[in-house]
Design a binder for this molecule. Structure first.
Ligand code: EPZ
Length: 431
């Protein structure tokens, strides 16, 4: 069983390189299915989720070549070529391992006019239905039925047709999928109440580089004029704003001073503003963002998660870890997922005082955290335990670290280079 062992108490100091964003790399990789030419992606992070998606794309016929393996933090360069789609089915075994693999339904329908994709099911953080995706694809002319746990979709008239799609609530995945599908539809699609997350903009820019005609990028109204075909391109994955925010909070929590190299402040303005309220100092440098922790004490601040440009749900657990040592009481409201407080019981093992009432966690800061044995059930919750461990007195052991490997590249190496005492112990395989 592999674990991460942390000896807490060291302030983070130095330079920490930010990798390409997992949540941008995944939809970009999926977009490669839209063309028979080669899409080359640069700055792809080395993560378990990226490897898992490679298996899924290969199952559909993608030839995947790693042109540079991203050693020394440069990010991988990988090319994806799907001359023909050899299978329009995404089976349960592959889709259930990673929810975002459901998103292949968009390109498969657009290019092959049929798809059979396993429903992704619920997950630890909530039920996560796919009704918006299916309503959006139906609006473009797909006929959809559910058969033995699979979404079976086809386009009876041979090509999707542009339409107006208005999502009842902001959904990142549904926006990615309908946008990808609409690029090859006949006529114009307008997506209203579209997600505005930077990863959506990254995908839209990549699709345009492949010959798509998308405007309204960065707004909640995307206009997609369908084209007959897309071609190859070379494109950069955006730096990871969630990794940036995570290490910014670790720096604030330990009273450190780090330059988050490659970070783009405009992709996480809400989180950086909150960190300033907490007492951290943030400054934008030409090559990244510098964060230094409060020199006196951590101030309590109330936070509510919101779609972009609001405070991201993917930083909620990390922020809660930070608030466990604030001088006073803070309230954290989770509005995106109904069950995203699993880290609370684990943070309590460090001596944190947190109570939950529905979607609101009340955190009463304590002077000191003490190291503990902990485990978590999802990616962002796991890293919140690492942050707590960095600031806690004594030894922390984090179990089930395969969650961390899904989304944080070279975590222990990056933190160690900034003076933290973090190491991986036990066998090299996932437990
Ligand atoms: C993306 O998930 C991210 N995943 C998540 O990151 C992130 O937490 C989430 O967006 C919100 O920012 C990737 O980018 C791979 P949604 P997604 O559709 O697209 C409801 C991480 O840790 N909804 O925006 O699945 C849904 O249940 C992950 O990296 C419907 O009701 O999230 C949720 O309450 C975790 N019906 C809300 O909308 C639908 O058809 C927003 O979910 C679709 C969504």
């Amino acid at each position: 069983m592999t674990q991460i062992r942390i000896l807490g108490g060291n302030a983070l100091s130095g330079e920490l390189p930010i990798s390409g964003a997992k949540n941008a790399a995944l939809p970009l990789m999926i977009a490669s299915l839209l063309t028979d030419e080669t899409l080359t992606l640069r700055n792809v992070p080395r993560l378990a989720d990226v490897r898992q998606l490679e298996l899924i794309l290969a199952n559909h016929g993608a030839e995947i070549v790693t042109l540079s393996n991203g050693e020394h933090g440069a990010g991988q360069t990988i090319s994806f070529t799907t001359k023909t789609i050899k299978d329009t089915c995404a089976p349960y075994e592959l889709v259930s391992a990673m929810r975002a693999s459901f998103w292949v339904i968009g390109p498969l329908l657009a290019r092959e006019h049929e798809a059979r994709v396993s429903l992704p099911g619920g997950c630890a953080i909530g039920t996560r239905p796919v009704d918006f995706y299916l309503d959006g694809l139906s609006a473009l002319g797909a006929q959809i039925e559910i058969d033995e746990g699979y979404v079976v979709a086809r386009v009876p008239h041979g090509r999707l047709v542009g339409n107006k799609v208005r999502f009842p609530r902001v959904s990142v995945g549904a926006t990615h999928v309908v946008m990808m599908a609409a690029t090859l539809a006949e006529g114009t699609t307008i997506i209203e109440n579209a997600a505005q997350e930077p990863e959506i903009g990254n995908l839209a820019e990549c699709l345009n580089a492949m010959g798509a005609k998308i405007s309204g990028i960065g707004t909640n109204r995307l206009i997609i004029e369908g084209v007959d075909r897309l071609h190859g391109a070379t494109f950069d994955v955006l730096p990871d704003r969630i990794e940036t925010g995570t290490y910014a909070m670790a720096a604030a929590m330990t009273g450190g001073n780090v330059l988050l190299r490659n970070a783009r402040a405009e992709t996480l303005r809400a989180a950086l503003d909150i960190l300033e309220h907490v007492g951290a100092e943030i400054s934008e440098a030409p090559d990244g963002v510098r964060v230094s922790g409060p020199t006196d004490f951590i101030r309590p601040v109330d936070v509510e998660t919101q779609p972009f440009p609001g405070f991201p749900t993917d930083l909620q657990a990390q922020f809660m870890a930070l608030m466990t040592r604030a001088r006073g009481i803070s309230k954290i409201r989770e509005t995106i997922f109904e069950n995203r407080f699993m880290h609370v019981a684990e943070l309590a093992r460090f001596g944190a005082h947190i109570s939950i009432d529905g979607q609101v966690a009340t955190v009463r800061g304590v002077e000191d955290l003490r190291g503990a044995q902990v485990m978590a059930t999802d990616l962002r919750a796991s890293v919140s335990l690492v942050i707590a461990g960095l600031a806690a007195r004594g030894e922390t052991i984090v179990n089930r670290i395969y969650h961390l490997d899904r989304g944080f590249e070279r975590l222990e190496e990056k933190l160690s280079a900034c003076g933290a005492s973090v190491e991986r112990i036990g066998a090299a395989h996932a437990d």
